[in-house]
Design a protein around this ligand. Structure first.
Ligand SMILES: Cc1cc2nc3c(=O)[nH]c(=O)nc-3n(C[C@H](O)[C@H](O)[C@H](O)COP(=O)(O)OP(=O)(O)OC[C@H]3O[C@@H](n4cnc5c(N)ncnc54)[C@H](O)[C@@H]3O)c2cc1C
Length: 419
């Protein structure tokens, strides 16, 4: 590739911004990002959130190593203001299913012997082990798990804004508020030449990167079922400044069978909570057989609300009956084996997919774009696990999640619509 080759990035979410940043940092001078939302960070980006967990434990040591590289990068000047190493409390309640217990042990196994975690992990076997790391928690918490000091969270929306500003400073052009409607191809259809937007504008490029997250299949139907849009519910409690103050510095707290929460946002005093589960697919609408995000996402189900309240009764019972605000579904792109897809689309020169985040890619924001730049320069994906996966169907059971995904068609219309 030549440094002046036009590069088009579709989507300004986690993968898209990171890709733009790394291309620009590598000296590429003609980079354009197309984003359907009217601002960056985009409202529809799964990464545009108060906070995301930054941790290196994984069932698979390959991702544990990548996450360690990412944590190192979170401590560099561009990212450090948004990374908070509050520690990570991972446990199971007494009622947790066997699967959740096994996953926890595998996660622990991936870091326990690693030199980076020496002296950073302590077991959680009784209530006092929890209150030692989170003295403000006053629920029953009969939990088993561990506390990892070498982890924490990132202020996600602010980190995306910082990467966006860095891209602008490096000369990346952003065109927002105009959805990509289709890709354009050479007459022989074996080369992608760019993209066309809903308003009729066309953009040409030597390399086009699809970083459309859960919406990938809406622009690239050929992706088929190897990617399925999968959503997780998010809700918040509005705390008073005094209540928020009391919770400052708590670790990211994750009961694998109930859900997780973070220290409250210092600007808004919002406490973000996510119930655990296998998420929701949406195979039922106009996705042509694929699961794609629906138009309306401002809801969570009563079952998830109940899980959040159970999590609070275990940890902070005084908040368990408080109203939940800013409830919504957040859509990711799942693959069957939770491996990313970072590859050229077979038979389409110049077209790269950066997707299949499987709900675990935000932590990679500082480094993910480098993988895409390397792929574009190498011309083929050497890592087998990140290749195009035509023979896999996403949307089923995932080894590290509790339960099986529910399709939105099985959620009453009164819950999932504006009715
Ligand atoms: C509730 C929840 C909690 C999570 N917690 C964590 C965590 O703790 N740690 C972690 O590492 N990860 C976490 N994740 C996962 C993480 O957010 C995702 O892996 C990551 O954000 C995916 O990045 P992406 O670039 O693939 O997609 P996105 O960030 O969603 O970006 C896709 C972009 O494409 C745009 N787009 C879509 N269609 C079009 C179109 N037609 N034209 C133009 N633009 C378009 C969208 O507007 C969006 O901006 C969580 C996800 C959820 C939902």
């Amino acid at each position: 590739m030549k440094k002046e080759d036009p590069i088009l990035i579709l989507g300004a979410g986690t993968f898209g911004l990171s890709t733009a940043y790394h291309f620009a940092k590598a000296g590429f001078s003609n980079i354009t990002v197309l984003e359907k939302s009217t601002a960056v960070p985009p409202v529809d980006s799964a990464g545009n959130d108060l906070n995301k967990i930054i941790r290196a434990e994984y069932e698979d040591p390959f991702y544990a190593e990548l996450a360690l590289q990412a944590i190192e990068a979170w401590k560099t000047p561009l990212f450090a203001p948004y990374y908070h190493e509050t520690g990570y409390l991972l446990a199971n309640s007494r009622a947790a299913p066997e699967k959740a217990k096994k996953t926890l042990l595998k996660s622990l196994g991936s870091i326990q012997q690693h030199p980076a975690f020496r002296g950073k992990i302590s077991p959680i076997e009784k209530r006092e082990d929890v209150t030692k790391v989170a003295p403000v928690f006053d629920g029953p918490m009969e939990w088993k798990g561990y506390f990892n000091r070498f982890a924490g969270y990132a202020h996600a929306a602010d980190a995306l804004t910082a990467v966006y500003s860095a891209c602008c400073a490096l000369g990346v052009k952003f065109c927002v508020g105009d959805a990509v409607a289709s890709l354009t191809y050479s007459a022989t259809r074996d080369r992608c030449t760019g993209a066309a937007t809903a308003s009729g504008k066309t953009y040409t490029a030597s390399v086009t990167v699809l970083a459309l997250g859960a919406a990938l299949a809406t622009v690239l139907p050929d992706v088929g079922k190897q990617v399925a849009a999968n959503a997780w519910p998010v809700a918040h409690i509005q705390l008073t400044p005094a209540e928020a103050q009391k919770l400052h510095g708590i670790p990211v707290t994750y009961a694998r069978d109930l859900g997780f929460f973070f220290e409250p946002d210092r600007r808004t005093n919002l406490l973000k909570l996510c119930p655990s589960g296998a998420g929701y697919t949406n195979f039922s609408s106009s996705g042509g057989g694929a699961s794609v995000p629906p138009d309306f996402n401002g809801f969570i189900t009563p079952a998830d609300e109940d899980k959040i309240r159970r999590l609070l009764r275990e940890t902070l019972p005084g908040l368990a009956e408080r109203p939940l605000v800013n409830k919504h579904m957040c859509w990711c792109a799942d693959t069957a084996d939770s491996e990313y897809i970072i590859d050229f689309v077979p038979g389409k020169h110049g077209l790269i997919v950066a997707s299949g985040d499987s709900g675990h890619a935000f932590k990679m924001l500082p480094i993910a774009g480098k993988w895409i730049v390397e792929l574009a320069q190498a011309g083929q994906q050497e890592k087998r696990r990140w290749r195009w996966k035509p023979n896999q169907d996403a949307g089923g059971d995932v080894s590290w999640r509790v339960g099986r995904p529910v399709d939105l068609k099985d959620v009453p219309l009164a819950v999932r619509s504006k009715l």
